[in-house]
Design a protein around this ligand. Structure first.
Ligand SMILES: NC(=O)c1ccc[n+]([C@@H]2O[C@H](COP(=O)([O-])OP(=O)(O)OC[C@H]3O[C@@H](n4cnc5c(N)ncnc54)[C@H](O)[C@@H]3O)[C@@H](O)[C@H]2O)c1
Length: 364
């Protein structure tokens, strides 16, 4: 699969009568008219974090000049995705006097997007919000599809709502300031789309790993647009995650357990997903559902992207398993996991034998 040249791209998310656009391209945050049109009401609350705001907040604020605008800047990091920070956003909306036609703007990575979206879902029982993702992970995954949440110490994303954004504007020029580690974490979610349902895209990502790590504009634009098209299609077919959408959680049940067990301060989300995908592949092979060779192909591709593939030292398999039992996909107390029959062939597996899962965690 060749890499098409980079031009601004658009992918629509269609949900019955509702639809919203994802715009992808360099310099979109400089388009003040496009941004201004996204907030038809009088009040705008921009939420960002302390790493992102110094680079990009001023131009976003300027786009909404003439409205009642407030900005709320949070400390960066997953450990901030809390009910307490969510409470701060409610207070900021009250201080702004935000009415039901208010718009919330999420300027940042998935942490800011998830939290701002949840605030928008709750303020006055639901107001508009717009995603301005600035990490690769947020551009390819978290900004699209309307899942919003905050974490509890007991687990990831346990408090949240489905609430779709009105638009997603992914300015790929913002990736220039993204740290390398976060770029790699985003690539884990990119290759996930190949791993779960598109073997040709998996091969393309692996073959183009050097270009992607080098931030080649065409390669990144193609990776983002293809990922968004996959996500938009899946969300359109299963918005409430009763079936196919669960496949997007490939690697996530394992990954979330690792993140929570590390107190949300160890592996970043994309890295944990990379390890989780390897564990899901290994479990699939051990249960004779998939060839072991595909696990090794996955490990090689993740290594090429500079991602971890093993459970971090010192984590207790029983503690991880206990965390996995709290996953939202589980039903009636039995584990439900995304496994695969090989690259590009993920499926939802129920009633998994816990001893087998523990074994995979222990061998890590
Ligand atoms: N809602 C969904 O469907 C969904 C899907 C996947 C992941 N998520 C969530 O997304 C979160 C992870 O998102 P993330 O990886 O974007 O993490 P993040 O929001 O923590 O961002 C990663 C780091 O990069 C910094 N940063 C962001 N953009 C930058 C830029 N352009 N330049 C410099 N620094 C920048 C941030 O300050 C942060 O330190 C997790 O909480 C995960 O649960 C949600």
């Amino acid at each position: 699969m060749a890499t098409p040249p980079s031009t601004p791209r658009a992918v629509d998310v269609e949900l019955g009568a509702r639809r919203y656009p994802i715009h992808i391209g360099p310099g979109l945050l400089d388009d003040a008219l496009r941004l201004a049109a996204l907030a038809p009401g009088r009040h705008v609350l921009i939420v960002s974090d302390a790493n992102v705001a110094p680079h990009y907040l001023a131009r976003v604020e300027a786009a909404f000049a003439g409205k009642r605008v407030a900005s709320h800047i949070l400390p960066p990091g997953e450990q901030e995705k809390t009910l307490a920070r969510f409470g701060e956003l409610m207070t900021a909306l009250a201080a702004l006097g935000a009415s039901r036609d208010a718009t919330l703007i999420a300027l940042g990575g998935g942490v800011i997007g998830d939290m701002t979206g949840f605030a928008a879902a709750c303020w006055m029982r639901g107001v508009r919000f717009v995603q301005l993702p600035t990490t690769l992970l947020a551009m390819v995954d978290s900004s699209v599809g309307g899942k919003t949440a905050v974490d509890l110490p007991e687990g990831k994303n346990l408090v949240g709502a489905f609430h779709q954004p009105s638009a997603v504007i992914a300015d790929t020029a913002t990736l220039a300031t993204l740290p390398d580690r976060e770029l790699r974490a985003g690539l884990a979610e990119v290759i996930k789309y190949g791993a779960l349902g598109d073997a040709a895209f998996f091969d393309w990502v692996q073959a183009n790993a050097p270009a992607l790590l080098d931030r080649d504009t065409d390669a990144l634009a193609h990776a983002i647009a293809t990922s968004c098209a996959h996500k938009a299609g899946i969300v359109a077919r299963d918005e409430a995650e009763t079936g196919e959408r669960m496949l997007l959680n490939l690697g996530h049940t394992f990954g979330h357990a690792i993140e929570a067990e590390q107190g949300f301060g160890g592996l970043v989300h994309g890295e944990a997903v990379a390890v989780g995908m390897v564990l899901a592949a290994r479990l699939s092979a051990e249960l004779a559902l998939a060839p072991a060779a595909d696990t090794e192909r996955l490990v090689a591709a993740l290594h090429a992207l500079g991602l971890p593939t093993a459970v971090p030292e010192g984590l207790d398999p029983d503690a991880l398993l206990a965390r996995m039992r709290l996953d939202k996909k589980n039903l009636s107390g039995t584990l439900r996991l995304i496994l695969w029959r090989g690259i590009g062939q993920a499926f939802v597996a129920t009633g998994i034998d816990e001893a087998a899962v523990r074994g995979v965690l222990a061998r890590g």
